[in-house]
Design a binder for this molecule. Structure first.
Ligand SMILES: Cc1cc2nc3c(=O)[nH]c(=O)nc-3n(C[C@H](O)[C@H](O)[C@H](O)COP(=O)(O)OP(=O)(O)OC[C@H]3O[C@@H](n4cnc5c(N)ncnc54)[C@H](O)[C@@H]3O)c2cc1C
Length: 395
């Protein structure tokens, strides 16, 4: 490559999920031409819900997308934890409440993954500095002091001034930078389904995010898309391992684990004809995920279990930080990437670690479950807000 410092070439983004598209849009807003290469035949998210804490809205506001994401979301009045064996209410945290808004300045919402993804996609499509390409599977890259050449599985090489690996949990770009092998299999498996509102028995439909905590299981449900849909996720311990987010699930396996739980749980689970499943994986936190002109973002950098519902939030916070650092040093992107990682790695490490702790907490049994319930029972909403302020109050 000629010594041009990559000037005139776009920044390459490998992967067009929530993280990749948000990164492309935020960098384009700062004046960088960006080229997104996605392996799938179209830019699309799988059918499932996603919880959005106030910190993701802080990040979305910084890139001008808060209102677009809120438009189709549902605002749950509260989050409840209930015992899946006795039905007892363990803890209730008001969310659509003035005290919550006063404390965190942004709302709590739940939405369909396709809705948040399409809000970001539309913003990218409207920005003429973003080029979106599908059926472009990234295999590897080569980098020197001057630029990056992305190698696709077709053998084609795509040149850029820098590369951001947003290619998720099984990232090819991470493999080159970090080389820490396959993700850690947690031993937990998640079944998910989305129902239409009319398919949910009227006495079971709830506007809240409800989590039924059982021994080595939990079950979460909440409305999506302005209340028109209903999201169900059932998690249990299992040694099965299947790669990907969208495997076909065996209902018998689910029933074996939820047997004996409250009728409200079982009646809801019975509504589902076809479950999709994914095996929950994460990785150990790392201190550095940049190398020269190549960096990582979102699940490629710090994949986490979903127990704090923070994967997309951490990706979006990454985006804001990365775009600010790149804009501050547009002629020295390797230094900008280092500054970005320095600012992000401890916060994302904390979420990776705490997500594991919350998983243990939800799935506690015997005396551990009793202790959890005793600990949470007397907590006021203010106590709950204080406990989560490190996460919801920051970025
Ligand atoms: C069912 C489910 C529920 C979740 N719930 C929540 C929640 O409640 N709250 C929350 O904040 N987070 C949640 N998460 C996590 C969150 O969705 C992710 O952490 C977040 O979307 C990070 O996105 P990403 O863009 O980094 O990775 P991904 O969303 O995994 O996107 C990666 C993209 O890269 C593409 N790709 C992969 N490899 C290649 C390649 N070689 N070449 C080209 N393209 C490639 C993929 O096709 C994909 O489009 C959930 C995740 C799942 C699956």
């Amino acid at each position: 490559m000629a010594q041009t410092n990559g000037q005139g070439l776009p920044i390459l983004v490998a992967g067009g999920g929530i993280g990749g598209l948000a990164a492309a849009y935020a960098l384009a807003r700062k004046g960088f031409p960006v080229r997104v290469l996605e392996q799938a035949p179209e830019f699309k998210e799988l059918g499932a819900g996603i919880q959005l804490g106030p910190n993701i809205f802080r990040a979305l506001e910084a890139i001008g997308l808060k209102d677009a994401v809120l438009a189709d979301a549902h605002r749950p009045p509260a989050m409840e934890m209930r015992c899946a064996l006795s039905g007892e209410l363990i803890h209730r945290i008001p969310l659509d409440d003035q005290k919550f808004l006063d404390r965190f300045k942004h709302p709590y919402a739940v939405t369909h993954r396709a809705d948040i993804h399409s809000a970001i996609l539309k913003a990218c499509e409207r920005n003429n500095l973003v080029t979106l390409e599908t059926q472009r599977q990234v295999e590897s890259y080569e980098a020197d002091n001057d630029g990056v050449a992305l190698v696709l599985n077709s053998g084609e090489r795509v040149k850029g001034r820098a590369l951001i690996g947003c290619d998720g949990m099984w990232s090819k770009i991470r493999d080159r930078i970090v080389g820490d092998g396959k993700p850690r299999v947690s031993g937990h498996i998640a079944y998910r389904a989305v129902l239409k509102r009319a398919e949910v028995p009227a006495d079971l439909w709830r506007p809240d995010v409800v989590l039924w905590a059982g021994p080595r299981t939990h079950f979460v449900h909440y409305p999506l898309r302005r209340g028109e849909l209903y999201n169900l996720v059932a998690v249990f311990h299992s040694d099965r391992y299947v790669e990907g987010w969208n495997a076909e699930a065996d209902a018998a396996d689910l029933w074996a684990h939820f047997n004996g739980q409250r009728p409200e749980v079982l009646r809801m689970l019975e509504r589902i004809e076809t479950w999709r499943m994914w095996v929950l994986c994460d990785r150990e936190p790392i201190r550095d995920w940049s190398k020269g002109r190549v960096t990582l973002l979102g699940d490629a950098a710090h994949p986490m279990l979903q127990y704090l519902a923070q994967g997309a939030a951490m990706a979006t916070e990454d985006v804001v930080c990365l775009a600010e650092k790149a804009a501050a040093q547009p002629d020295d992107l390797p230094s900008a990437f280092q500054a970005y990682v320095q600012q992000r790695y401890l916060r994302t490490a904390r979420v990776q670690i705490m997500a594991r702790v919350y998983g243990e907490f939800y799935h506690a049994r015997g005396p551990a479950a009793e202790l959890r319930n005793q600990l949470l029972g007397p907590r006021t909403p203010e106590d709950a807000y204080e406990g989560i302020a490190w996460l919801y109050g920051g970025m």
